[in-house]
Design a protein around this ligand. Structure first.
Ligand SMILES: Cc1ncc(COP(=O)(O)O)c(C=O)c1O
Length: 380
């Protein structure tokens, strides 16, 4: 049996909605299906305003413009993240200030943020790795104390909660991904959440190539004009139709994926108890969306052996992020690998296991059986 790392999942209504959008006569952004997705997202979660965009990457860029990130502004973020998180600020001249991670979550270590704040700090940019929320209460407290903007990279955490607050509802700005590798898939797609009412109108202009087209659509003006800087940060209605079908099925998808998390936790439990392996484990005050599962082995050698033997059984596991501070671009910013020793060490030993909705229906038992055999081979 072949177990890929990721696989697209259909909930049932995708084709119907896409065909409907296709024949509607309008395929552009902010149209009928787009509005339905926005309404659904806002009725389910207490988001301020929602802007559907081509990707999480684009949403992060919109956020950086709204926050006014400019040359020399410092932004504190984990090094353990995707290039899009950091590029969003580097594109506008911002300087990344990388913070080490908390080994229990692989998210930014909130106890190490304050010491990185200087007069130039403008923003904190945490991410929710593998769908586990970062410690937003503490992050917002620090941000309020120093008057900083918080943009939460929620690429992986749509539908997760921290202390009963849904991811994306607490910061000034939040960016979601609906890429095909995420729980809810539009092919490529994203959303920016703006929780600062004064920034909402500007976000519409920014999304519409710096024009006030929104005011024309709302019947306020006859002709739109160039009013601000901007770009084309819109999601086509055809992709929004796909996304609507996926999001309407959110809870069922989540329930299926939960079975995978539970099975993995159970499998690794004896090794966790013996302190040989650490795994993703939500805290008691977190409810997760079951996006992904990671395992940190005691040694890099054991990780590589596990991954290679799984490959012989046609099971794809994948290394996590390569830390940004020690990447070629990170080195250009003057970082050295030893600057963030915890991130550097954990990244070498972390492995991501196959995780996709259909796995809960087909293949999970096979996966667990093989992994059980391989673990015993390595550790006995
Ligand atoms: C933390 C994080 N931010 C941003 C992105 C980019 O998302 P997108 O492909 O929707 O641009 C990813 C992609 O996986 C990610 O993991």
């Amino acid at each position: 049996m072949k177990i890929p790392f990721n696989k697209i999942y259909f909930t049932g209504n995708e084709e119907k909605y896409i065909l409907d959008a296709l024949h509607s006569g309008k395929h552009c952004g902010n149209y009928s299906y787009g509005q339905k997705v926005i309404n659904l997202m806002k009725s389910k979660y207490e988001f301020g305003e929602v802007y559907l965009s081509p990707s999480c990457t684009a949403s992060l860029e919109m956020g950086a413009v709204l926050a006014g990130i400019g040359p020399g502004d410092e932004v504190i973020l984990p090094s353990y993240t995707f290039s899009s998180t950091v590029n969003a600020i580097v594109l506008f001249g911002g300087k990344p200030i990388f913070c080490d991670v908390d080994p229990t979550s692989m998210n930014i270590d909130v106890n190490k943020i304050e010491r990185l704040i200087t007069k130039k700090t403008k923003m904190i940019l945490p991410i929710d790795y593998a769908g586990i929320p970062c410690e937003m209460d503490e992050i917002m407290q620090i941000a309020n104390k120093y008057n900083l903007i918080v943009m939460q990279d929620c690429a992986q955490s749509y539908g997760s909660y921290n202390r009963n607050k849904a991811c994306g509802t607490q910061p000034h700005l939040a960016a979601f991904s609906f890429h095909e590798t995420k729980n809810y898939n539009a092919g490529e797609g994203g959303a920016l959440v703006v929780n600062v009412p004064e920034w909402e109108e500007r976000a519409y202009f920014l999304q519409e190539k710096g024009t006030d087209r929104r005011l024309v659509l709302n019947g306020v003006k006859n002709k739109y004009s160039w009013v601000d800087k901007g770009s084309s940060y819109l999601l086509s209605d055809i992709l929004a139709a796909m996304l609507l079908a996926q999001l309407e099925n959110e809870e069922e998808t989540k329930m299926k994926r939960k079975l995978i998390t539970m099975a993995y936790i159970e499998l690794f439990k004896p090794f966790v108890e013996q302190d040989k392996i650490k795994t993703l484990h939500p805290k008691s005050y977190q409810k997760i969306n079951h996006h992904a599962f990671w395992v940190i082995f005691d040694t890099e050698e054991n990780k590589v052996s596990f991954m290679n033997i799984l490959r012989e059984y046609d099971i794809a596991a994948y290394i996590g992020y390569l830390p940004l501070h020690s990447s070629p671009m990170g080195l250009k910013f003057g970082y050295k690998p030893e600057d963030l020793p915890i991130t550097e060490d954990l990244a070498k030993r972390l492995l991501r296991l196959p995780f996709y909705t259909e796995l809960a229906e087909t293949g999970l038992e096979y996966c667990i059986d093989v992994m059980h055999t391989v673990l015993n081979k390595i550790y006995n």
